[in-house]
Design a protein around this ligand. Structure first.
Ligand code: HEM
Length: 245
């Protein structure tokens, strides 16, 4: 009964409140991925950050291309803020900082990242109104917890202010909180049918899930590396023991 009341209350409210309520639980799951836990413990490795940047590049490439193509769509125009929010160029700068000028040839794109980018392209082509869900998930996340993640990255990696950290910086947004308020009111101004609205809410859940899969795959690939490193180390120690006995 209690749950039914809550659900009715959610469906009666505005899109920005609905989307926040519906994604509350999956947000907690995203926060509890190994990668995000490393952040919350204040420890992130260079490899983690570099791989994250590679994936984010592919994600924002697809997201921002879809937003640009649909800039005048009635559900996209109110939340289209390329000057303030676009991340692709910033991530490119960070990748160049870490990998040098030929960074494009060096970046790795894991399967979960490709799936996320592919979904963004499908949405841009077949359901532009679902871009509301994707833009919300990434950009409002970047303007919220993302700001703390930037400071942790800088501290953990001992980076000088700004170096390799452009992704976290939004020079066109002077107050993230005020900007988030504006963004929410723009989301609420979009007219959607009930069917479109529930499609957007479902897509937001999927968008969080796609992020979780990207984080998990990134972390797994790193534990494979460290497993291999450990095996090599073990073999080396064993070899040394064999030769000394
Ligand atoms: C909002 C923390 C990861 C998406 C927030 C807020 C905090 C936060 C404190 C502000 C809540 C408010 O203003 O009421 C964190 C922490 C994370 C994390 C500590 C991990 C270490 C993520 C991830 C995503 C995400 C991985 C999605 C990919 C969002 C979104 C909002 C948000 C969309 C806006 C909610 C709204 O106001 O509607 N987060 N977050 N967060 N976060 Fe996260």
């Amino acid at each position: 009964m209690e749950k039914k009341h809550t659900q009715t209350a959610i469906m009666d409210s505005e899109l920005s409140e609905q989307i926040k309520a519906v994604t509350k639980e999956v947000h907690v799951r995203a926060e509890n991925t190994e990668l995000m836990l490393s952040y919350q413990r204040g420890r992130v490795s260079l490899q983690q950050y570099q791989l994250l940047l590679c994936s984010l590049y592919k994600i924002y490439e697809a997201l921002e291309e879809a937003l640009d193509t649909n800039a005048s769509h009635h559900a996209v125009a109110p939340i289209y803020f390329p000057q303030e929010l676009a991340r692709l160029e910033s991530i490119g700068k960070d990748l160049e900082y870490f990998y040098g000028q030929s960074w494009r040839e060096k970046i790795t794109v894991p399967a979960a990242t490709l799936r996320y980018a592919q979904r963004l392209r499908e949405v841009g082509r077949d359901h532009p109104e679902y871009l509301l869900a994707h833009a919300y998930t990434r950009y409002l996340g970047d303007l919220s917890g993302g700001q703390v993640l930037g400071r942790i990255t800088q501290k953990s990696l001992g980076l000088k202010s700004g170096e390799g950290l452009s992704f976290f910086s939004f020079p066109g947004v002077s107050s993230p909180n005020l900007f988030k308020q504006l963004y929410r009111s723009r989301m609420n101004s979009v007219e959607l049918t009930e069917e479109q609205r529930s499609g957007v809410l479902q897509e937001a859940l999927d968008a969080f899930q796609l992020n979780i899969q990207v984080f998990n795959e990134l972390q797994e690939s790193l534990s494979c590396v460290s497993d291999t490193e450990n095996e090599v180390r073990q073999r080396h120690t064993q070899h040394k023991q064999n030769t000394t006995t």
